[in-house]
Ligand binder design. Structure first.
Ligand SMILES: Cc1cc2nc3c(=O)[nH]c(=O)nc-3n(C[C@H](O)[C@H](O)[C@H](O)COP(=O)(O)O)c2cc1C
Ligand SMILES: [Fe+2]
Ligand SMILES: [Fe+2]
Length: 404
């Protein structure tokens, strides 16, 4: 049975939730499922903006039919040609043969790649700033490449200031009835999952996000309708989510404190980081967080990295080099363009190797990172000398927190 929600007098949410999916993109663990948003606009012309993931196709088609309430579909605006939003294009074209597809040149290219057997002779190519009048409402298109794929565009509905923002401002987790951010405990109820979604999926493209923001800086935005997660319709919440994106896209931090990420097979490296954390706390550092990276999915760790001014990496040696989970974590964070961080290192060796060197090499770009303190090398187990080294490192980190 259909389950649509009225967003405006003439706009309906026709999306849905997948609570069975354990990992988004088969990669990022989900603790509370995933939502896929799609919207029907009923003006003189009818418009569907994007489709949904194949996991909820049946409900989606019922929703579209219910929202249209017997009318035909005139336009399908494709903001993103990624399968979590484009899986039902063929089904829509078959159900509504007169529909015209609206997208840009890249949309068309990807459309023909994803649907090789299908001839889309009903495609309208739009460019930056072009408008589509649908009656009382007009959609203006803005190209926002790499937020999150190269073909991504957003639509701004001119008469009321509605921004159909594609993946931007989305989050993990389902919509549990409450479709609007002002109906949930906001931002606490969602912001961690919005950050984890942003950092891991769009994090690499901060400069593109800021470029997109510039295009919208003069627009009056009254409502943001993303493709995942809640809709924002109050000035306060729009301000909060725009502010958060500005911060994340600028690689700014909101916690002046230390995030300690360690790997440990037998507990000695863990022992050292607990000592370091205690020493930092004794120096007055608050909100310290320690994670065992073998036990926490990298998507959570990288989202945490975005938040902190200082990161301490602590790792044992492994097969002559860095413990591979630490190596993989660092590489992925760097690929996502982590920067503006103060970093410190702890290594642990029984016979020796390259772990410290590898860690330092990863973070050697001085434009992106400042190395703080002398690295501490644990000789298998923590000894008096290690404790002294950790105390000095704690002092250096504490001082680095106040000196800028
Ligand atoms: C599979 C394996 C490979 C290792 N390779 C190295 C190595 O190349 N160099 C080294 O000094 N220690 C190596 N170690 C030993 C650990 O790094 C070392 O004992 C360290 O103290 C472990 O720290 P932890 O107690 O925090 O796990 C290896 C251990 C294992 C299990
Ligand atoms: Fe996406
Ligand atoms: Fe998406």
């Amino acid at each position: 049975m259909q389950n649509t929600v009225q967003v405006k007098h003439d706009i309906y949410w026709v999306g849905g939730n997948d609570r069975r999916v354990n990992r988004f993109e088969n990669l990022f663990p989900l603790t509370h499922g995933m939502s896929y948003n799609s919207y029907v606009i009923l003006d003189e012309k009818t418009v569907l903006t994007d489709t949904v993931d194949r996991s909820i196709s049946v409900l989606f088609m019922e929703n579209v039919e219910a929202a249209l309430d017997g009318r035909k579909l005139d336009y399908l605006v494709i903001h993103q040609m990624e399968p979590d939003h484009c899986a039902n294009i063929e089904a829509i074209v078959q159900a509504y043969p007169d529909v015209q597809l609206v997208g840009n040149r890249n949309t068309y290219k990807f459309l023909t790649q994803f649907y090789p057997a299908y001839a889309f002779d009903n495609f309208i190519t739009v460019k930056e700033g072009e408008e589509l009048n649908i009656g009382k409402r007009t959609l203006r298109f803005y190209m926002t490449p790499n937020v999150h794929w190269p073909e991504v565009m957003m639509s701004y509905e001119v008469s009321e200031g509605l921004l159909f923002s594609a993946d931007a401002f989305g989050s993990f987790a389902t919509i549990d009835g409450n479709l609007f951010s002002d109906e949930i405990y906001f931002p606490e109820g969602i912001i961690d999952e919005s950050r984890r979604y942003y950092v891991n999926i769009v994090g690499k493209f901060g400069s593109h996000v800021l470029k997109a923001f510039k295009k919208f800086s003069d627009l009056n935005i009254t409502t943001i309708l993303p493709l995942h997660g809640p809709i924002y319709r109050t000035p306060e919440h729009i301000g909060i989510i725009l502010g958060a994106y500005q911060n994340w896209a600028s690689y700014d931090f909101d916690k002046k404190s230390a995030l300690i990420l360690y790997a440990s097979m037998y507990g000695n490296t863990e022992n050292a980081v607990d000592i370091l954390a205690s020493q930092l706390a004794q120096n007055g550092v608050k909100e310290i967080k320690v994670y065992d990276i073998s036990d926490t999915d990298p998507s959570y760790l990288i989202a945490e990295m975005w938040q902190y001014s200082n990161i301490v990496f602590a790792s044992p040696h492994y097969n002559g080099d860095l413990f591979y989970k630490m190596d993989a974590l660092m590489r992925e964070a760097l690929r996502l363009n982590l920067k503006n961080k103060k970093v410190s290192f702890i290594s642990n060796a029984t016979w020796g190797g390259m772990a410290l060197k590898t860690m330092q090499q990863h973070f050697e770009d001085e434009k992106r990172f400042t190395q703080v303190g002398t690295p501490v090398a644990i000789p298998s187990a923590v000894n008096e000398e290690t404790v002294a080294g950790l105390a000095t490192l704690a002092k250096d980190i504490s001082e680095s927190l106040v000196d800028d």
